[in-house]
Design a protein around this ligand. Sequence first.
Ligand SMILES: *Cc1c(COP(=O)(O)O)cnc(C)c1O
Length: 959
Amino acid sequence: MDTNNFAFRHIGIGEKDIPSMLEAIQVQSLDELIEKTIPGNIRLKSLLDLPAPMTERELGEHIADLASKNEVFTSYIGRGWYDTVVPPVVQRNILENPVWYTSYTPYQAEVSQGRLEALFNFQTVISDLTGLPLSNCSLLDEATAGAEAVLLLQNERSRPKAKAGANKVLVDKNIFDSTIDVIRTRALPQGIEVVVDDYTNFEFAEDVFGVILQYPNARGEVIDYSALVSKAHEADVKVAVAADLMSLVMLTPPGEWGADVVFGTAQRFGTPMYFGGPSAGYMSCRMEYKRTIPGRIIGLSKDRNGRPAYRLALQTREQHIKRERATSNICTAQALLATMSGFYAAYHGPEGLKQIARRIHSLASVAAEELKKLGLKIRYANFFDTLFVELPEGVSQADIRQIAEDCRVNFYYTPCGNVMMSIDETTLSGDIGVILYIFASALGKESTFNGGIDETVVSVDKQFLRKSGFLTNDVFNRYHTETEMMRYMKRLERKDISLTHSMISLGSCTMKLNAASEVIPLSNPAFCNIHPYAPKDQVEGTMEMLENLMKYLGVITGLPAVSLQPNSGAAGEYAGLRTIRAYHDARGNTERTKVILPASAHGTNPASAAQCGYEPVIVKSDENGNVDINDFMSKTEEYKNQIAAMMITYPSTHGIFETNILDLCKRIHECGGFVYMDGANMNAQVGLTNPGFIGADVCHLNLHKTFAIPHGGGGPGSGPICATEELAPYMPTHRNWEGELPDDHNVVAASPYGSAGVDVVSYAYIRLLGAEGLMQATKIAILNANYMMSKFKDTYGIVYTGATGRVGHELILDCRYLKDRSGVDENDISKRLMDYGYHAPTLSFPVHGTLMIEPTESESKEELDRFCDVMLKIWDEIQEVKEGKADKEDNVLKNAPHPQYEVAADEWSHSYPRSKAAFPMGFLNDNKFWINVARVDNGYGDRNLVPTYTCCTITPSEN
Ligand SMILES: *Cc1c(COP(=O)(O)O)cnc(C)c1O
C-alpha cells in the first residue's frame, strides 16, 4: 500500500477486499476474471506507453509550471469571448463545490430540485433578456447553437415552403466566422444551401426559408433590422438572431423586433473564457417551436400532492425516444456553466446588470471619443461595447500590435487591416488609458485622456435603447448580499443527490470520482482567463497540456489522430461521422449513405447519423444481447456498396464483450465502410484493449465519463475523437486566429479546441494514474460489476451475461416480470431508492423494464455492499406486495419517495408506519437524505409547459 500513489486514492477497492470478492464470483484471481471476461484475441499484450504516474503533489507543481508558461494579457479580442468577473460566491459555492459539479443530469426530478431551479433561473434570464417566451437550459456554444437554429428554422418551415422544397438560408456576412463555419458544416449534409451575403442584398425568393443575423454584428455595429424582419415574415421566411446577452440589458431585444429565434453564449455572464470553453450556449424561441427546439427544457410542474416541483419537460422529443427522427442529437450540454450564469444574474439582479452593461458601454463610448481626438476614425457610430478603429495611412496593424503586446494587451486585428476591441466587465478607466497610450504612441501623439469616465454616457442612438423590464421575479431581486446568496445556493444544494452523498450507479454514464487535484486547475487564472484566439506564444502552457493530452488519448485508443474540438459525446459522434463522410465525399463515394447500427445503440447514435445525412440500418440483437450475426450478414449483404460506416459501442450497451467483434469490423471493412466506435464504455477497455486494436477507424471519448471530468448536472462535456492516420486529413479544423482556413473545412465547435478549459481534468487524471493505474482502474471496474452480479443473480436476475457468464463493467437487472406479479415496476424501484439516499441506476436503457448498474472503480466495497443491501431490501419489499403482506396500492414502493413534509405531517394515513417509509434501514439514522417533493407528476408539465417565472405568477419555493 503506497498512500502516495494516486491509484490508492482513486480506486475504492484495496488489496484486503479483493479475496472475498473473487470468492463471491468464483474465480481465483483478478487476472483470471479479466481473461474470462475479455476475449483473448483483443487483449493488449503490453502496458500503455504513458508517462510514469505523478503524486498529487507533483501534479500540483507540474500544473503550476504549465500555468507559468501562459501569459495572461488583457483581452479586447471579443468575437464571442469576453473577460468577466466570476462572483467569488459563485466560484466557491458552485464551480468549486462537488455537490454542484458531481451531480447527474436531473432525470430523477425528486432528488434534483436544486439544480432544476437553478436551470429554471437560467431559462428565465435567457427568455427575459432576448424577449422570447421559451428557452432551453443550455446548448454547447454559440456556433453550434447557430447551426441548431438553422435546423430549427428548416424544421419549422411553413407547409408551402416545405412543399416548395425551400432549402436556402441567408446568412449576413457580419456574423462571427466560427458561427458561419459551423453552420456550413452542419447544413451541408441536410441539403441546406448557405448563402453568405450582406443583409442589404437579401432577396426572399421562394427557395429561402430562413435568415441569420447578428446583433450587435461581428463588427460591433448595432443595426435596426426591424424592416428586414417584416419583409422576411411577409415572404414567409423566419429569422434567427445571434445576440450578445450583455448588450440586451441595454438594447431592445430581438424578440421585441420580431426575431423568431435568438441564440448565443452566456459566457460573459460569469463564466471564464477558458481558452474557448466550456460556457453555456443558449437558444430562445417562440412557444410554437417547443417540439423542435433542441436541448433540454425545465418545466415547473407539480408533485402528486399538487405542490410545485420542477422536472425536465417534453422528454418525448429527445433522441432517446425519437432516435433518427429527433431534431437534434444534443444530449450532454453545459448545465454547470448555465447554473453559474443563472446565479450571476440573480446575484446582480436587473439593476446590477444594468449598471454593468452601462459601465461597459460608457467606457467604450469614452474610448471612442478619445480615439477620435487622436484623429482616428471609429467606423460605426452605433455600438454597445465593440469599436471598429480604422487605421490611417502610415500606421499598420503591426505597429499597433507591437506596442499593444509590450503593454500586455490583445486586440482583434481584422483581415482588412484595421483594429477592433471589445470592452468588458473587467475594464477599468486605467485600461482605457493604456489603450489610448498604445494608439497615441503609434501615431506619435499624446493622449489627453485624464482618466475620468462619465458612467452615464450613452452614445448609441436612442432608438435602440431597451424600454421593457426584465428579471422582475423575486429570485432575481433578493439575493444580492453574499450572505443571502450563499444561503440560497445552500438551500438548493440540499435538495440534490450527488456523488458527495452516495454512489451513483448509472450504467453507461460512468459516475466515477472527480478528484479534487484534477478539478483544482479549473480555478487557476492562468488557464481561466485566456481567450481562444490569443496568440500562440502566449499560451505555451495550455498548448503543451493539450498536445500531451492528445498524444495520450491516441495511445489509449490506439488511434493516433486526435481532435479535441467536439464539446460532448454526441458532438463527437457527429464529428466522427462527418470525418468519414468527408473521406467518402473526397473519393466521390456518394452512394455510401447507410450506417449500420445495433438496435441497442444509444439514442444519440441514430440521431447523429441522421444529422450527418446518413440513414441508419438497424441490426437486431440475438437472445444473448449480441449483434444478431445472421441479421448483420444479411443487412451488410443487402447494402454492401452503400455502407458508409457501422456505429458500435464496445463492450456493447448490454455490458458484454462480444466475442465476434473482430469479425464484425472485418466485414464492414470488406464492404468498404468504416467502423465508428462509441467510446462511452471505454472504462471497460482502458489499458486492456482499445478501439484501434479491435479494428475501429474512429471513436469518440466521453472525457466526462471515463476520464474524470465531472458531470456538472448535465455538462460540461468533452467528446474528442480519435482516428486512424487514413482519416486524419478529414478531421475537424478551425480558422486559426489569423483568419486562415483550409478549403475542405470541417468545423464542429466555436473554438479551436472545444471545451479546452475542462480537458485539464482528464490530463491530470492520466498523469496521476499512469499506465498501471489506468489498467488497474479498468480491472477493478470489471471486478465490481461482476461482484454485484453475484449479489443479484438469484433475485432480480441479470438480463445478459457474456459467453463465459461474465459481465463487463456494468450489468442489467431484470425488472420486467415484476409488474405482472406485484404491480411494482422499475420506476417504483428508482423512486424507492431515494428514501434510502440513493440515485437510481439507468432506467429502461438499453432494455425496457430494466435497471442498468455501473459501479465504476471508485466505490469502496463497503459502499457497494450498502447499495446491494438496499436493493435486496427493496426486493423484500416487493415480495411483501407480491405475497399480499403489503397493500397493492398503498405500499412503500408506490408511494415513494416519501418527502419530509409528508413524514413529519400531523396526519399519516398509510398502511405502514412512518419509520418504514423514511428509516427502513439502520444506517439511515446516521445519514438521511431528506427529499422535499413527493413523486413528480409527469403528465402535468408537458400539457401546460411553464418554462420561466415570467410566464406565470409563481415565486420560487421556500422550503
Ligand atoms: C453518454 C453516451 C453518449 C452521449 O454522450 P453525450 O456526452 O451525453 O453527448 C453516447 N453514447 C453512449 C453509449 C453514452 O452512454
